[in-house]
Design a protein around this ligand. Structure first.
Ligand code: XLS
Ligand code: NI
Ligand code: NI
Length: 442
């Protein structure tokens, strides 16, 4: 990397300066090299940078074009521009000290006139990415295919009413799996970008869901065939772009996977803003996935409580992240997953420096949440309270209920002859909220 021209000449590698630092270009909580429980913070948190937002996002919105102009976005040949853009991206990954990155096929390489041409472009860029990964040590957290931008996918990809479009999407994912494998991707994500419907007047819901399942089974078979060992992840989202998406939330995703015999092959990539769009908290979605051993990875971002769409903002809400981190740590962590910043700059944030501020804020918030969650777990107050709250199931007839020995008849007999009326016990929510506040704010 040293020999290449710098794309962020005024910004040095971000250093950890500790909580007292006032330097806006330093970490205050994320100390990538700090060893905790025999592992560096970088290895615990496995931060990833989303190529689409940070290197393809221009700030455009439905009311106007892009506002963000990057100096490397110039030149006539789109493949050459894509290579220079990628040099800039890897310089950023290194300077922000993120160990991973994530991409869609069409983010990194321009789409050609035919699928064959698109694949040729992708091959050239993937070769470049491979050499940059080698030179910098930055690894691929996950790859995915963009099956939602091109007009051919306007009515969905795997759930399109036209088998021709299904076939095209299959061919595209086949290639995306190959390149993700080539780059050593640790996971592969399926986000059903337009896998849903606008109106049931023109939709056969059952057939579309069957087709989506067939598509995912083909992906499982192909991964096996090429020896791709990465974890498959489903990323639920309730709406946007379609009015109703099939993988609405984690619970409906679990039902879908089980219905079609796919549950052994997938885990969940949970995105904060998708959780809130579904009417859940971020922590709720993590708990639902973890309860079934299906917690895979996180798309780290945030919505705006006043807006009903996917605003993809950087999350600096330490309380929300600490609660999420508690559930993640209790579940034993994310395994091959990580925290991918699926988040973008606001439209008026046009400086290259803003990209650094945004990620520093997100990384610091997660790092602080990680530390707070660890100290909350070490203190054990919540664990003791909850264990005690369910203690009646640890022995006697409670244990019989959990082990399947109790019946309606045996329990009726107990209540009539021995137990009588249950004694109400406080849930102590306010006490627990104060306990949390003490951990968060002292
Ligand atoms: C969109 C999704 C998307 C996926 C990858 O809302 O978050 O960015 O993460 O296709
Ligand atoms: Ni996402
Ligand atoms: Ni999203």
């Amino acid at each position: 990397m040293k020999s290449r021209k710098s794309h962020f000449p005024r910004i040095k590698t971000i250093a950890f300066e500790g909580p007292g630092s006032t330097n806006p270009l330093a970490f205050r909580h994320y100390n990538p090299d700090e060893v905790i429980d025999g592992k560096t913070m970088s290895a615990h948190l496995r931060f990833g940078i989303a190529y689409w937002h940070s290197f393809r996002g221009t700030g455009s919105d439905p009311f106007g074009p892009g506002t963000i102009v990057r100096p490397w976005e110039k030149g006539k040949d789109p493949v050459s521009v894509a290579k220079v853009r990628m040099d800039a991206a890897f310089e950023f990954f290194q300077k922000i000290r993120a160990p991973f990155w994530c991409f869609h096929d069409r983010d990194i390489a321009p789409e050609g006139r035919t699928l064959a041409e698109s694949n040729r472009h992708l091959d050239k860029i993937v070769a470049h990415a491979k050499s940059l990964q080698k030179a910098t040590g930055v690894k691929l957290l996950w790859g995915t295919a963009n099956l939602f931008s091109n007009p051919r996918f306007m009515c969905g990809a795997a759930t399109n009413p036209d088998a021709h479009v299904f076939a095209y999407a299959a061919a595209q994912v086949k290639k995306a799996l190959e390149v993700t494998k080539e780059l050593g991707g640790e996971n592969y994500v399926f986000w059903g970008g337009r896998e849903g419907y606008e109106t049931l007047l023109n939709t056969n819901l059952k057939r579309e869901q069957d087709h989506l399942a067939a598509f995912l089974h083909m992906a499982v078979a192909y991964a096996k065939r090429i020896g791709f060992k990465g974890q498959f992840l489903i990323e639920p989202k309730p709406k946007e772009p379609t009015k109703h998406q099939y993988d609405f939330d984690v619970a409906s995703g679990i039902a879908f996977l089980r219905t079609y015999g796919l549950e052994k092959h997938f885990k969940f990539n949970i995105e904060t803003n998708h959780a809130t769009l579904a009417g859940h908290t971020f922590q709720h979605e993590i708990e639902v996935a973890a309860a079934q051993g299906l917690l895979g990875s996180i798309d780290a971002n945030s919505g705006d409580p006043l807006l009903g769409w996917d605003t993809d903002q950087f999350n600096t809400d330490v309380r929300e992240l600490t609660l999420a981190m508690l559930s993640i740590l209790r579940a034993g962590g994310l395994g091959t997953g990580g925290f991918n910043f699926d988040a973008k700059l606001r439209r008026p944030s046009i400086d290259a420096e803003d990209l650094f501020h945004a990620h520093i804020g997100g990384m610091d918030a997660y790092a602080l949440a990680f530390k707070l969650a660890r100290s909350i777990l070490a203190d054990g107050g919540f664990e003791r309270f909850v264990a005690e709250r369910y203690a009646s199931f640890d022995s006697g007839f409670g244990r019989d209920i959990e082990t399947g020995k109790a019946t309606f008849a045996s329990l009726e007999k107990l209540v009539l002859t021995k137990l009588g009326e249950p004694k109400p016990r406080s849930g102590k929510q306010e006490y627990l909220e104060n306990l949390l506040a003490r951990h968060l704010h002292g």
